[in-house]
Design a binder for this molecule. Structure first.
Ligand SMILES: CCCC(=O)SCCNC(=O)CCNC(=O)[C@H](O)C(C)(C)COP(=O)(O)OP(=O)(O)OC[C@H]1O[C@@H](n2cnc3c(N)ncnc32)[C@H](O)[C@@H]1OP(=O)(O)O
Length: 323
């Protein structure tokens, strides 16, 4: 048996632990190197997808920021679309920053949960129309489409439980951003609206493909064809929304209260060892995206990373009844 790391005089039980840790390490290192969850892009050069060329083009449209705050103690991160003078519309530079933040989160191995929100009490009003006008030729549009589809697919595939905190409006690409999160929490007066039809468009950031999987084809067709305003009541009814925030406490200002409510809500589903929460998201992601046989095989691989792991062995050594 090849040993790595220090082996001290261990009881048989603890030696088992060392073997499991080693085995799991070898398995985990193969997990994402072979399977679909690694940071592979949706598109390749064959599709005309040249990421660096697209980043340069997008950076020509500056303004706003995409901020990321990671909390080591809770394992929760907050990603803020920050362009309040434009109702948090995505400038080209912000699209590049979004991808950079997703890359940071892909490397955050202790992360368990992610809240995606907008600054100044509103979510996001989609692509910056000034950038849209400047990139209105088909070639540039397709490049922006591939870039944002890739970034949002990678966001959705993060091994973190993610929730979109929708306050104010989520319009166009903003509504698509909300669908790239596992859950959507809506403020009482908020609206999610796929306004693309009014722009002579359809979703181009992956929002249509995800919307069909979230609410079904018929509701998706109603939301796109009718550019319907989805308020919290309708959102809950069709399964687009997963919860509604309570009215904010006036003395705090909605922003602080809404974020704290979202953190409290998310912590219900991220309490526990990071490796277990991340494994739970991984098996759900493979079940969500892969055909059954492949999903089962992916589940087996993820199961192998936690079976006999520290959390599993600790649980076995502790009480057996769980309320
Ligand atoms: C594949 C993705 C495709 C897309 O996302 S296309 C873009 C889809 N989004 C939209 O069409 C939303 C356009 N904006 C609006 O409808 C309204 O601004 C909105 C969000 C309902 C807010 O309306 P109001 O509350 O009346 O505020 P307002 O219109 O005066 O906006 C305040 C300032 O924000 C600006 N703004 C809002 N949305 C923007 C956008 N997407 N791109 C660029 N600028 C945008 C708006 O121009 C205004 O600026 P200013 O004060 O006039 O300088």
């Amino acid at each position: 048996m090849l040993w790595c790391g220090t082996v001290t005089q261990q009881t048989a039980h603890k030696n088992t632990m060392v073997i499991c840790v080693l085995g799991r390490y070898l398995l985990k290192s193969s997990l994402c190197s072979r399977s679909w969850c690694r940071k592979s892009s949706l598109y390749s050069a064959g599709h005309g997808f040249q990421p660096e060329e697209i980043r340069e083009k997008l950076r020509a449209y500056p303004g706003g920021a995409v901020d990321l705050l990671t909390q080591g103690d809770t394992g929760l991160a907050v990603l803020t679309v920050n362009n309040p003078s434009r109702m948090n519309a995505f400038s080209g530079a912000m699209m590049v920053e979004l991808e950079e933040r997703v890359s940071q989160l892909e490397s955050w191995t202790q992360g368990k949960g992610l809240i995606v929100r907008g600054a100044a009490g509103t979510f996001c009003s989609g692509a910056d129309l000034n950038a849209v006008r400047a990139m209105s030729n088909p070639q540039d549009g397709m490049k922006m489409c591939m870039f944002m589809q890739d970034a949002l697919t990678r966001l959705q595939r993060l091994p973190l439980v993610s929730v979109a905190l929708v306050e104010g409006r989520a319009l166009g690409g903003g509504s698509e951003l909300s669908t790239a999160c596992d859950f959507r929490l809506m403020a009482p007066d908020s609206v999610i609206q796929f306004v693309h039809k009014h722009m002579g468009l359809v979703p181009g950031w992956g929002g249509a493909a995800r919307l069909v999987r979230l609410v079904g084809d018929r509701h998706a067709l109603r939301l796109l064809g009718g550019a319907l305003k989805v308020d919290p009541e309708l959102g809950l009814r069709i399964g687009l929304a997963d919860g509604v925030l309570e009215e904010g406490a006036p003395q705090d200002g909605d922003e602080g209260v809404a974020l704290r409510q979202a953190e409290e809500w998310l912590s219900r589903y991220t309490k526990g060892p990071a490796e277990v929460i991340r494994a739970a998201k991984r098996v759900v992601s493979s079940g969500r995206e892969l055909p059954l046989t492949e999903a089962l095989r992916a589940e087996k691989e993820v199961f192998g990373t936690v079976w006999g792991g520290e959390a599993n062995l600790r649980a076995l050594a502790g009480k057996t009844k769980h309320k």
